[in-house]
Design a protein around this ligand. Structure first.
Ligand SMILES: [Fe+2]
Length: 379
């Protein structure tokens, strides 16, 4: 099985086609799921102007925050029902997209998000959703995954659900121009983590390898330029493609232990997802090189490393060094301390990582002690 929205608008200026596409679905009223930052910026206004032009009504729900919670999902769902919306229009990066996916599943399946934690737990196709992506990173607009924080347990619930797929995804690099430097770096490193985990996982296949490896190359080539100069539209566009390619890969191959660990840092300490992934990526992959050395040869080759006579250890070291160098170049913090977290609860973090839905996708399952040691490396 290979999942991808059946229609995807991609590239500079594609947002101009959104109105026409929505018209084709004959929808009457949208629940626009977004965050305060985007609703105060011109981006949501630009999209609602499109809706005005085609006489589609809308109500804006902009209470989604980073690491969206079950409460935010429930509020959005209530608004959708109260306002009799007939589709969801999500506008944003990972958080609004994830929140919209959860609203979509609850609207047609009932219950609460906890019921859908895990793999393909819902019965019914989600509520119709059109996903407008505003960052090059999470790929949440095109994947079958969404992640919601359970505030009571301090746990990020990973829901992998084919029924949550959007009808249409839209990724226009022109609306990514205004993204701040640190967000560009973090979301770009999130996309790199998606690509590398999708390559290294035993769930990978020829198709997912092809798209993920190309994503790795593009991110190494263009992320520093996009971080350095946010208005570099060529770099923004290339990263949009890389994000799409990485999403195509991990939505079908799965992820691994970097995400399993990063989800806990997000759930317990509310830290930015991309930054957590970037800090953990070299730490976890250093261990993975011992279990899937052939995958690191593929990555090294894509980064123009002459692998012919190199040993597995040399190849592994090259890839890990490249990841660390890219992280440094784009200004990713090196420790949890820099993010304001002193004395993290390593036992709790490790216990929850081992239970995360992404953990089984890793080439090997670390022990609790190994997991705590890996967390210690970024303390
Ligand atoms: Fe991610």
């Amino acid at each position: 099985m290979y999942y991808l929205p059946s229609k995807n608008l991609l590239g500079r200026g594609c947002l101009n086609d959104l109105g026409e596409e929505i018209k084709n679905f004959d929808f009457k009223k949208a629940l626009v799921v977004t965050d305060k930052f985007l609703s105060d910026s011109g981006i949501v206004k630009r999209i609602t102007n499109e809706l005005d032009q085609i006489d589609v009504q809308y109500i804006i729900y902009d209470e989604v925050e980073p690491n969206p919670t079950t409460e935010q999902v429930n509020k959005g769902l209530q608004l959708l029902q109260k306002e009799s919306c007939d589709f969801i229009l999500s506008v944003g990066g990972g958080s609004p997209q994830d929140c919209a996916s959860a609203i979509s599943i609850l609207a047609t399946n009932g219950g609460n998000v906890r019921d859908y934690e895990g793999v393909h737990k819902s019965q019914n196709l989600g509520f119709p959703t059109i996903a407008v992506n505003t960052t090059a990173g999470t790929s949440a607009e095109l994947t079958i995954n969404y992640v919601i924080t359970d505030e009571d347990r301090g746990v990020k619930m990973v829901c992998v659900d084919k029924n949550s797929l959007a009808l249409l995804s839209v990724s226009d690099p022109e609306i990514m121009i205004s993204k701040p430097r640190d967000l560009t770096a973090a979301t770009g490193m999130d996309a790199l983590t998606h690509a590398i985990e999708a390559i290294v996982t035993p769930g990978a296949n020829t198709i997912t390898d092809a798209t993920a490896l190309e994503a790795v190359r593009i991110i190494f080539d263009y992320l520093p330029s996009a971080v350095e100069n946010g208005e570099d539209i060529e770099a923004r566009e290339q990263l949009t493609y890389a994000c799409f390619l990485a999403g195509m890969a991990f939505s079908n191959a799965g992820l691994g232990f970097v995400h399993a660990m990063a989800h806990q840092l997000g759930g317990i300490y509310n830290l930015p997802h991309g930054v957590c992934n970037a800090m953990l990526l070299p730490v976890v992959e250093r261990e993975n090189t011992k279990h899937a050395p052939e995958k690191f040869r593929l990555i090294a080759e894509k980064l123009d490393y002459k692998i012919d006579k190199a040993t597995d250890e040399e190849v592994a070291q090259f890839v890990i060094d490249e990841i660390i160098a890219l992280s440094e170049e784009v200004g990713i913090p090196k420790s949890l301390k820099e993010l304001g977290v002193e004395n993290p609860d390593l036992e709790l973090l490790a216990d929850n990582s081992l239970k995360d839905a992404c953990a089984p996708g890793n080439p090997f399952m670390p022990t609790k002690e190994q997991t705590m040691e890996m967390f210690k490396e970024i303390v």
